[in-house]
Every structure is written in structure tokens, then in C-alpha cells.
Design a binder for this molecule. Structure first.
Ligand code: IPD
Ligand code: CA
Ligand code: CA
Length: 261
């Protein structure tokens, strides 16, 4: 991909501006709509931030394709060429109810391969970033490869949906086999907690491409494994049941437990 440094510099500037939009909104009343149900929300700020990124991309990189949660590119049937993948606010429920623990996520894929990935934890002012093959960074500081911690030595994030599913005892068994379960409610932030070794893994019930795309690039740069729960490669054209974990925890979970696959 051409002009990697230029892209990197621009994207970081855009993320700062988008973060200001999200924080400025705390002063005003949000316009909130339910998408599929009362826990699946979208606000005027999710839409405004997606629009903001699209305008920037169309200005600086005209013709490149965009897949964004709030409506862009949902009819896409392949990932050929350059594709930008945007989640303007990941953790919208947290954004609305807590004004905390939400992230801005953006990434660039080329022919289906992740090249640049960004997750910005707005309220912590923590920017996680990776370039394929060149390592992952937190606020400009290179992140170490993760320690290969086994499941019984680490905390694990398991999505609310998996834990609350009464017909699925396996997720709770995995939780019991770990040191403890943690839930944040932002796939991006759960991912960066695994990336920095604060969690040993993260199980997602049904993640969309924009929930996964940036985090997968960052996670793979520090030696983590990120696949569908059935062991297949992540498919960024559909929703995926996901597992992200250290290699040891990944192998244990895949061998010993039988989550919906
Ligand atoms: C959601 C969050 C949540 C995950 C959901 C996602 P959104 O993203 O990442 O933690 O469990 O599957 O849809 O809708 O807040 O961007
Ligand atoms: Ca979102
Ligand atoms: Ca999301």
C-alpha cells in the first residue's frame, strides 16, 4: 500500500478530531434510536463520526471503498483492493449510559489483509495502533509480545450474550476454568485488554466486521490468535462468533470446550 506514513499521520489526526466530537456531545442531549432492540442503540454522534471519517477518506483517498457500521458499504461482497473499516463508536451502550469505556475504531485492509489498525480508548486517551509486520503500539510505545498465559492463570472477557445464554453452559465452564470473568461491553476495549496482557482471552458471541477488523491487526502483532469459534479464519463479510486468546488459552478452549460453532 502506498503512502503508509501519510495515511498514519492523517488517521491519527482524524481520530483526535472524532474523539473531540464524542466528548463535546456530553454537553448536549443525545438523539438515540433503537436499531434491532432496546440494547442495540445508535446515536446522532455514531452517525456524525462515521460521516466525518467518510468525508475525510473521500477527500484524501477518493475511490477507496468504505465499510462502516452506520450504513456504509453493507452491500459489499468482496474485500478486493483497499477497504476502510469503521466503527465510529464501539460500546455505544456504554457511551450512552456511562460516558466511559467506548472506543473509536478504524482500519485499512488491502485484498483482505489487515494493514493498519487503530483502537482509541477515548476516555483513557489511549491510542492502540498497529501496522502489519511492524508491531503494535500504545500511545507511540511499542507493545511487547504477550506472555503465553494459560486459561487458569488469567482473567477472561466473555460477552454478555454468551454468559447470559441459559442453554449454553460451556461459556460459564470456561469462565470457571479461568481466574475470573470480566465484561466491558466494547469488543475493541476487550481486545486491547488481551493485547496488553490484562486479559488472557475474549469470547464474542456475534461480532460484525467493524467490531473485529482493527483489533485483529493489533492482536496478531503481539502474538495472539484470533479466529471464529469453529477454528475457521475470521470472515470480514459477515458476523462471526469469535475467540481471541493467547496461544495456550486458545488451544485449551478449542480442545476442551464445545461452544456453539
Ligand atoms: C458492540 C460492542 C459489544 C459487543 C457487540 C457489539 P457497538 O458494538 O462491541 O461489546 O458485544 O457485539 O455490537 O454496537 O457498541 O458498536
Ligand atoms: Ca458502533
Ligand atoms: Ca462495535
Amino acid at each position: 500500500m502506498n503512502q503508509l506514513d501519510k495515511r498514519n499521520q492523517l488517521i491519527k489526526e482524524w481520530i483526535s478530531e472524532a474523539a473531540e466530537i464524542s466528548k463535546a456531545s456530553f454537553e448536549n442531549e443525545l438523539v438515540i434510536h433503537e436499531k434491532t432492540n432496546r440494547t442495540d442503540l445508535v446515536t446522532n454522534i455514531d452517525k456524525e463520526i462515521e460521516r466525518f471519517f467518510i468525508e475525510k477518506i473521500e477527500t484524501f483517498f477518493p475511490g477507496e471503498r468504505i465499510l462502516g457500521e452506520e450504513g456504509s458499504g453493507h452491500q459489499m461482497t468482496d474485500l478486493e483492493g483497499i477497504v476502510w473499516i469503521i466503527d465510529p463508536i464501539d460500546g455505544t451502550l456504554n457511551f450512552v449510559k456511562q460516558q466511559n469505556d467506548f472506543a473509536i475504531m478504524i482500519s485499512i485492509y488491502e485484498d483482505g489483509v489487515g494493514q493498519l489498525g487503530y483502537i482509541y480508548d477515548v476516555m483513557q486517551d489511549a491510542l492502540y495502533f498497529a501496522t502489519k509486520g511492524q508491531g503494535a503500539y500504545l500511545n507511540g510505545r511499542r507493545l511487547k509480545n504477550v506472555e503465553d498465559t494459560p486459561l487458569n492463570q488469567g482473567l477472561i472477557a466473555i460477552s454478555h450474550r454468551l454468559m447470559a445464554d441459559e442453554t449454553n453452559e460451556e461459556a460459564r465452564k470456561i469462565g470457571r476454568a479461568s481466574s475470573g470473568v470480566r465484561m466491558i461491553g466494547s469488543a475493541g476495549l476487550e481486545t486491547v485488554h488481551v493485547v496488553t496482557g490484562r486479559l488472557v482471552g475474549y469470547l464474542g458471541a456475534s461480532l460484525a466486521p467493524w467490531d473485529i477488523a482493527a483489533g485483529k491487526i493489533i492482536a496478531e502483532e503481539v502474538g495472539l490468535v484470533y479466529t471464529q469459534l469453529n477454528g475457521k479464519k475470521i470472515d470480514l463479510l459477515k458476523h462471526n462468533a469469535t475467540i481471541l486468546a493467547t496461544p495456550r488459552a486458545y488451544n485449551e478452549i478449542m480442545k476442551n470446550y464445545h461452544l456453539e460453532r
